[in-house]
Design a protein around this ligand. Structure first.
Ligand code: SF4
Length: 225
């Protein structure tokens, strides 16, 4: 492992052979364009060219999902980086978090949400023969970093149980370090990115009383209410 800026540690497998690595490849799960921007910039500056995987079936409603997805694509296109459109099946996501709807943010629902997204990322990396995976979720101060790393390592273990001896490795990293939080805010303005007001799912949406743009509760839309 090589330390960069005393904060970001590049896995050996992603380093070039001249610095003792094997120069693998990286699939970067992107939660949104603002959170991806400084991370991708840092990676490119450090000779890591990621493929972006946009897989976020947690986002509700669909209109919000499309806005965030298009911003992620716009960001990748501006840098000439490969970008993969993951499936959007919000009903399946709801089924997978069933029973956790009333959990607070940073609680058990969020851990499960991270597991769903990072397991899909690990499977996609395996499918493409990519050696490592990481996530931009780990750049947000609103999220629990331990939960994200736990979910990533569980996804790696899941793949290991299916595809030994070769499976993608998770890169656990706190992406708030090395000045990337500040750089994120600069790039947000530079790109004029859409900046979401809530984490993503309907349970994280807290509209103001007078906010007429609030999405309908899923119970009514999905015929459960
Ligand atoms: S609050 Fe965010 S991380 Fe938690 S379940 Fe909802 S979308 Fe996922």
């Amino acid at each position: 492992m090589k330390s960069e800026n005393n904060a970001i540690i590049i896995p050996e497998g992603l380093l070039s052979p001249s610095t003792g690595g094997t120069k693998g490849s990286l699939l970067l799960h992107a939660c949104c364009a603002p959170c991806s921007s400084a991370i991708v910039e840092w990676m490119l500056q450090h000779d890591i060219r990621p493929t972006i995987f946009y897989f976020n079936p947690n986002i509700y409603p669909r209109q919000e999902y499309e806005i965030r997805k298009n911003e992620s694509k716009r960001h990748a296109d501006s840098l000439g980086i490969p970008w993969i459109d993951g499936d959007y099946d919000h009903l399946a996501w709801l089924q997978q978090i069933q029973g956790l709807e009333h959990e607070p943010e940073r609680g058990a629902r969020c851990l499960q949400c991270f597991r769903i997204r990072l397991t899909a990322t690990a499977l996609q990396a395996q499918k493409l023969g990519i050696s490592h995976f990481a996530t931009t979720l780990a750049s947000s101060r609103w999220k629990n970093l331990e939960q994200i790393n736990q979910a990533g390592l569980q996804a790696q273990q899941h793949l290991a149980s299916l595809t030994t001896p070769s499976y993608p490795l998770f890169w656990p990293q706190n992406w708030r370090k090395a000045g990337l939080q500040e750089r994120r805010n600069q790039l947000l303005k530079q790109y004029s990115f859409y900046n979401q007001r809530y984490c993503g799912c309907e349970f994280s949406y807290k509209p103001a009383e007078e906010d007429k743009t609030a999405p309908p509760h899923p119970a009514s839309e999905h015929g459960k209410g």
